[in-house]
Design a binder for this molecule. Structure first.
Ligand code: PEP
Ligand code: MN
Length: 343
């Protein structure tokens, strides 16, 4: 890090900062400019918070050089991680498409959807059973009955499954039934839940918080990794901006940027990003072109009657058309679609 001293910093203040750096095992060298002194310090940033130095008399500001996350950083791995979810390999040469309804509503709905998305080439079935709804009066999910239906749909189709958990209790329940645990945008900074999914050892789909910076998102991933679980797939699902025309604003630049900063795979959720069915296909194509490792798309057999997120859900036939459209886009960026494990 670089510690920039005040123009008026006294000799004693500079010496105190140097001593504090030494106490933490840093080597600090003084750089004297015409008017000002800066200290270049080399060491492990995890041991000293820049805020501690910034609070010292005579310090103007501290500029960190290394990233605050370690385990999930690109430097930690120098390559790309592959996260296995059932037969799907997220981050491998083949794109992984997760699809299904926002919420599991009943047996027929989830079994029909599962069959249709599997036939179109999806390899992971999504379906919420613990729904973090804005209103306490909205449908909250089928909980245990929904988990059992997801497991039944998986057994019938061979799809892997992903579902969102919202607290320790729902996590404990979900672990026995699904292949991947989703942490939703609203819980991205629920640090105790992040630690718990880290300890669970299951693959995690970590959505970006709706007002989280990319660095905060990666720090959330670091919480999971710090508990020994690096099977993390990041999911860009749009952030809140002043724009009202779409539900959120998809930050597509996050996809290539996260790939520079982290070894973790990243997928895109076009459904929650745009909130409008007709925009899901073009935004999905753009996400694949930008280098996403996959997509998670809401599909409902009868969106007009969906208990949640109907306006952004594709009908199964629309989803199948989109999957066909994605094949040449994937090929253009050196990826493939619909390569099943074993092929
Ligand atoms: C969802 O996937 O249904 C969901 C609630 O997504 P998000 O957490 O991104 O809003
Ligand atoms: Mn939804």
């Amino acid at each position: 890090m670089i510690v920039v001293m005040d123009l008026a910093a006294s000799r004693e203040q500079i010496a105190e900062v140097q001593q504090r750096l030494r106490d933490y095992g840093y080597q600090g060298s003084l750089i004297r400019g015409g008017k000002r002194i800066v200290i270049g310090a080399v060491g492990d940033r995890r041991e000293i918070e820049s805020m501690e130095l910034e609070a010292m008399p005579g310090v103007e500001r501290v500029i960190p050089i290394t990233k605050p996350y370690q385990l999930v950083s690109q430097e930690a791995r120098n390559g790309k991680s592959i996260v296995r979810v059932g037969k799907a390999q997220v981050g491998g040469p083949s794109l992984v498409v997760m699809a299904g309804p926002c919420a599991v509503e009943n047996r027929e709905q989830i079994l029909t959807t599962a069959g249709r998305v599997a036939a179109a080439g999806a390899t992971v079935l999504r379906g919420g059973v613990f729904k973090p709804r804005t209103s306490p009066y909205s449908f909250q999910g089928l909980e245990l009955a929904g988990l059992q239906l997801l497991a039944e749909a998986a057994a019938e189709t061979g799809l892997a499954t992903v579902t969102e958990v919202i607290d320790e209790h729902s996590l404990e329940m979900a672990l026995d039934y699904v292949d991947m645990i989703q942490i939703g945008a609203r819980n991205m900074q629920n640090f105790s839940l992040l630690r718990q999914v880290g300890r669970s050892g299951k693959p995690v789909l970590l959505k970006r918080g709706m007002s989280a910076t990319i660095e905060e998102w990666l720090m959330a991933a670091e919480y999971i990794a710090s508990e020994g679980n690096e099977q993390i797939v990041l999911c860009e699902r749009g952030i809140r901006t002043f724009e009202k025309a779409t539900r959120n604003t998809l930050d597509l630049s996050a996809v290539p940027l996260v790939k520079e900063w982290s070894h973790l795979p990243v997928i895109v959720d076009p459904s929650h990003a745009v909130g409008l069915r007709r925009l899901v296909a073009p935004v999905s194509r753009a996400a694949v072109a930008a280098g996403a490792d996959g997509l998670i798309i809401e599909v409902h057999p009868d969106p007009a009657r969906a208990l949640s997120d109907g306006p952004q859900s594709l009908k199964p036939e629309e989803f199948a058309i989109l999957m066909d459209e994605l094949v040449p886009v994937a090929a253009a960026v050196g990826r493939s679609l619909r390569v099943m494990a074993g092929e």
